[in-house]
Design a protein around this ligand. Sequence first.
Ligand code: ADP
Ligand code: MG
Length: 589
Amino acid sequence: MNNTRNMKTSTLIKRFAPYFKKYSKILILDLFCASLTTICEMVLPLMVRFITNKGMNDLQSLTLELIFTIGALYLVLRIIDTAAYYYMANIGHMMGAYIETDMRTDLFAHLQKLPYSYYDNTKVGQIMARITSDLFDITEFAHHCPEEFFIAALKIVVSFIILSSINLPLTLIIFSIVPIMFVSLRYFNRKMRRAFKASRHQIGELNSQVEDSLLGVRVVKSFANEEIEEEKFEQGNGDFLHIKKDMYRYMAGFHSTTRLFDGIMYITVVVAGAIFMLHGKINPADLMAYLLYVSTLLTTIRRIVEFTEQFQRGMTGIERFLEIMDTPVDIADSPDAQEMGDVVGDIQFEHVDFRYEDNKDNVLSNIHLHVKPGDNVALVGPSGGGKTTLCNLIPRFYDVTAGRILIDGKDIRDFSLHSLRSKIGVVQQEVYLFSGSVYDNIEYGKPGATKEEIVQAAKLAGAHEFILNLPEGYHSYVGERGVKLSGGQKQRISIARVFLKNPPILILDEATSALDNESERIVQQSLEKLAHGRTTFTIAHRLTTIRNAATILVLTENGIEEQGTHDELLAKQGVYFHLYNMSDLGNNK
Ligand code: ADP
Ligand code: MG
């Protein structure tokens, strides 16, 4: 996954802004409430100054009536403040949650569209981290960023105006410290942001490692490699600790520097203020109000500092979000893509080359092939010869790098992906059953199919009998904590899916390789039934199962080495002849 790019903050914000747009009304109200709370807060020092001034210079005018009026006014302000705060904390946060939901929907949709090649190079754990913790950071940022920034700016401006109306020179001295404070803090800021990013990446790594090790727990145990797994994990976990060490060092630097500047500010106000008082330039009531405002100012700066952390985390989250969103969906519908309509199943490869993105050499070169409708083509050849790759080009899991593939005479890139893939059924060695019932898993082949259709498909796949024998029949749950199915049973469910889908074109990629002899025999029968009347590409590990194929292709690193019927190829006494005699069943024929 691309972790090298570092996007500019302004770019990140610009890219993120559209998510805000939809909720701009909430945002405006949120900012309005933020200004109300700020104003209510800023009134207190003025009130204290007013009363202290009266107390020192004009005690007679400080009547009970005046005191209660001031008290009542302040109470009203605090009630407004409470309501405004409630809105900010509730609706403001919800705005963040809405944005998070929108982003997560977009992210998931994009992940669904990304091609095989993306998943070849990406760890699922990294993606999981992005969908959960990164997006949460973005929400927090989305809600707090405009609000905090607005409040801080407002407080700084208002306190500057009030402070300079009390005493301009002292105010200028105080405010000249602020930029120095910011500059020193920026150093830690940058370091912190880098550390946050590294930490996020490492969480993803750990997730991947845990997932890998747990999914492969049976392999781990069979090799008694628990200790090696522990060591690997310890290393990743240790790296994480190391990153955290950096992170906390910079965070600590950040906060202690803030405190240092707090001290400097207070000392300046007290010493400079006392000198001004000595020269009669400021009275004690003013100095008191002054101190209260400076304390507000410092709290504000501290909040900015804290918020900067949140901001950095949010930026990191956005950057990681955009990394996925910016990954191009390079296999997509062309602008004038057509629906496929009825398909006869005539397939041509015209001078097809294919190379995997990060490989130097072509896996397939100049493949030229014509398969007639309903024919069964078998692909044989050494492992790594490119059989799976060739088949993956037909549903456009990958796109050819040169040449073209035609179905019924038309380039497959001219069809919509959805309609193309709806015409092709794939049965692979590895069966994936989703969490849910057996019924749901078969229905996946044709969402919305009737019960009759599903039972019919299961019967054709030779799965009906064993499904009825499951504890809850078709409604037995598969997946974690569900019924345990044998490899052959799973494969028959996956074949039922394809029967239900009823595609005119079929790809069988070593569909029986993982099965024992008995299951293989049963599944093989189902597959033969499935292949009947469909254009079929069969990759088989047992050469006996493909003897009746219309054409057998022998695929090696040199491309299509031989091509013909079983008898033709045997007569040729070439690669196929050799492979056939080597294969176990070949010898038993
Ligand atoms: P076969 O199915 O005949 O065993 P494959 O089509 O799986 O062969 O592989 C053909 C070649 O392509 C092999 O050298 C393999 O290493 C390479 N290959 C397969 N999948 C990928 C991939 N996702 N990325 C890069 N190289 C791949
Ligand atoms: Mg293969």
